[in-house]
Design a protein around this ligand. Structure first.
Ligand code: BES
Ligand code: MN
Ligand code: ZN
Length: 501
């Protein structure tokens, strides 16, 4: 794991393998960003010119290397692009991405110092978080066990002389970034290894390590409790379902949040089997549960004054002689019946049980996170998640918070007219499928049926951004991304600060 620290030393005097500076697109061409002054001096003021000759333009994502002159204690200088030059402070997301590009480019180096524009504590945190997320590599199944060797140590340089808040900012980045990387590990794990049972065991071990209370309902307990959604989805699999509760409580908490995650460890579609080309990445279908778990642990590590309960709805969706059939009726936790018309609409079934269960504690807000529909990916693309809620203010708030922490999201409606197809079931209270058009919203409307009257609830459909299939960019690697973790943590922070949700 990459070690993070902060230093107020001059870039020139710092011993490291590489020094990272920022370049940006100015009105008159490429320019050096604040933080690069001492490095530029060592180049006798010619750093911008040299980088320009080497092709640097300042564009986001750019990484240009140049050998250091005498006078620097690092052998290499790396310039990373920040995009458009900012007159009054660089945006946090530009800094996170630049930190990410630097860490990815310097994989294998022992120590790198980041001389990026990090003046405020927030900017220090952004550079550190981007660096930590960019250094991520998943190597569990590689011969060397680590995959691409990450950069060993990242030192964030800041001009904030002697300020304690810079140190606190780096510690925050470590808490959030390490938990995000934990979520990524869970998503990237092969589905033959990450089953509902092994996921629950990992949650128990990690929960114990961080002093969180973790309770696991196994298939026996689920049967006894009447969790028809989880049991119905898991019925076809040799790996039975689990419902995991992870509780973080704070003695001064004035509000409580419940986060519910879809945890389908593999989604084959079940009897309504997915065709080839649609199932290769379906190990990512537990990304919601991974995000929820990571967010609860991060809330604990940050010591937030709010109670946060995470619910992981874990099952494997497989076809077999014992699998749920299209046409079966399930009795969900709480008593509602659902006619399963398509076994590939399984996420809403496991979530329904967990949402009802979460509602029993009467939390102030329930937020569920799920790789729920292909329709949401068609609507918003692969980098943006959809936000739905039974309360417009809550929906817009989550969308705003997501933007603040660098997550792309968009508010989506829950139009009541789209419910019709689902409530048309001739034999059950609901069908698990309805209108084909607006499928992402239909899924949201299905979930809404299981929210206790009077409880605020929001739904994040992360089917697009949860798993990144194209080339890495910024701090986003291929594979699991930890989508929604930062939004959940930010929401918990806001709730703690306000003393209410
Ligand atoms: N896990 C999928 C949704 C998904 C698609 C996640 C692409 C990530 C990337 C979900 O269980 C599913 O299969 N949804 C169906 C619902 C349909 C049968 C109503 C879908 O979106 O096609
Ligand atoms: Mn499915
Ligand atoms: Zn699914």
């Amino acid at each position: 794991m990459t070690a993070l620290s902060v230093s107020t030393s001059s870039a020139a005097s710092l011993r490291a393998d590489a020094l990272v500076v920022g370049v940006a697109k100015g009105p008159k061409g490429m320019l050096l960003a604040p933080g690069a002054e001492a490095v530029n001096e060592a180049f006798e003021g010619k750093l911008a010119e040299i980088l320009g000759t080497l092709g640097a333009t300042g564009a986001e994502g750019e990484a240009v290397k140049v050998a250091s002159p005498a006078g620097l204690k690092a052998a290499l200088v790396l310039a990373v692009g920040l995009g458009e030059a900012a007159e009054d402070g660089y945006e946090l997301e530009a800094l996170r991405r630049a930190g990410g590009v630097a860490a990815r480019t310097l994989a294998g180096a022992k120590k790198a110092a980041l001389a990026l524009p990090a003046e405020s504590a927030e900017q220090v945190e952004a550079v550190a978080l981007g660096g930590l997320l960019g250094s991520y590599s998943y190597g569990t199944y590689k011969a060397n066990g680590v995959g691409k060797e990450p950069v060993g140590e990242l030192v964030v340089l800041t001009a904030r002389k002697g300020s304690k808040d810079a140190k606190a900012a780096v510690e925050r980045a470590a808490a959030i970034g390490e938990e995000m990387n934990r979520a990524r590990d869970l998503v990237n794990a092969a589905p033959n290894d990450l089953t509902p049972k092994s996921f629950a065991a990992i949650a128990q071990a990690a929960g114990k390590e961080h002093g969180l209370k973790v309770e696991v309902l196994d298939e026996k307990a689920l049967t006894k409790g009447g969790f028809g959604g989880l049991l119905g989805v898991g019925a076809g699999s040799a790996n039975p379902p689990r419902l995991v509760k992870v509780a973080y409580t704070h003695p001064k908490a004035k509000a409580s949040l419940a986060f519910v995650g879809k945890g389908i460890t593999y989604d084959s579609g079940g009897i309504s089997l997915k065709p080839a080309g649609h199932n290769e990445t379906m190990k990512c279908d537990m990304a919601g549960a991974a995000a929820v778990f990571a967010a609860v642990v991060a809330a604990k590590r940050l010591g937030l004054a709010v109670n946060v309960t995470g619910w992981l709805a874990l099952a494997e969706n497989m076809p077999s002689g014992t699998a749920t059939r299209p046409g079966d009726v399930l009795r969900m936790y709480g008593g509602k019946t659902v006619e399963v018309l398509n076994t590939d609409a399984e996420g809403r079934l496991v979530l329904a049980d967990a949402i009802v269960k979460a509602g029993e504690d009467a939390p102030d807000v329930i937020v569920d996170v799920a790789t729920l529909t292909g329709a949401m990916v068609l609507a918003l693309g692969t980098r943006t998640f959809g936000v739905m809620a039974n309360n417009d203010e809550l929906r817009d708030n989550l969308h705003t918070l997501a933007g603040e922490v660098g997550e792309q999201s968009w508010p989506m409606p829950l139009p009541a007219d789209l419910k019709k197809g689902m409530t048309d079931s001739t034999i059950a209270d609901l069908a698990n499928m309805g209108e084909r058009m607006g499928g992402g919203l239909v899924a949201g409307l299905f979930l809404q049926e299981f929210v206790t009257e009077g409880t605020d609830w929001a739904h994040l459909d992360i089917a697009g951004p949860a798993f990144h299939e194209s080339a890495p960019f910024g701090y986003t690697p291929k594979g699991g991304t930890a989508s929604a973790v930062r939004t959940l943590v930010r929401f918990a922070e806001q709730t703690a600060a306000n003393g209410k949700a």
